[in-house]
Write a protein that binds this ligand. Sequence first.
Ligand SMILES: C[S@@+](CC[C@H](N)C(=O)[O-])C[C@H]1O[C@@H](n2cnc3c(N)ncnc32)[C@H](O)[C@@H]1O
Length: 199
Amino acid sequence: MKKFTGLYVSLSIIVKNHTTSPRPVIVDLGCGPGLLSLEILRRIPDATVIGLDPLNKMLSLAKKNVHQVSIERFEPLLGVSEKIPLKDASIDTIVSRFSLAYWKHPDRGFFEMHRVLKPGGNIVFEALNRDFPRWKLFCIKMGMILNHAGQDVIKYHVDAYDLAYTMEHVEMFFKNAGFVILKKEGKKSEWKFIIIAAN
Ligand SMILES: C[S@@+](CC[C@H](N)C(=O)[O-])C[C@H]1O[C@@H](n2cnc3c(N)ncnc32)[C@H](O)[C@@H]1O
């Protein structure tokens, strides 16, 4: 994943542009190895990032990865989006990247994000696009097989599309939970999309 640092950099810039508090508390929901948290900490020097993930091994990896910038401003938190272990209206900004496909109850996750976000707070939400054409996915899968990618890597990066949602579906999750959509980026033919919303 380290090869794709540019993707984390561009998302961290979007997070910075949608964070208004001078000392924001930001949640990286489904933080995985913490590479996005790391870029956010680099760009927002007074931010605290709470990295939430259900896997202890991901949180350990995240702690190791953010260490190069700041360990004091990173708080690993074990949990799931469907039951976020944080107080109501306690968070300035939420970001989530490619985690949604793994949530067992996405509708609950969106209500939980709405609960913990302060009034006026923003969410930057990046997700795999269910509408991404299957023939393009097939080509990617073949390319990975030819490049000797492991079965687990292929499963994680290609088969995850079977669990993904369309942009319209994610918009509906946001609206049902009470969010207002501020911006959408991404086309049906693209592999991912970003939705920015406010509560
Ligand atoms: C594809 S990884 C993305 C990691 C990171 N956001 C990134 O972009 O590098 C998906 C992450 O979501 C986490 N995850 C799975 N189920 C979750 C849930 N219900 N709530 C929050 N995170 C979850 C996984 O443990 C994993 O770390």
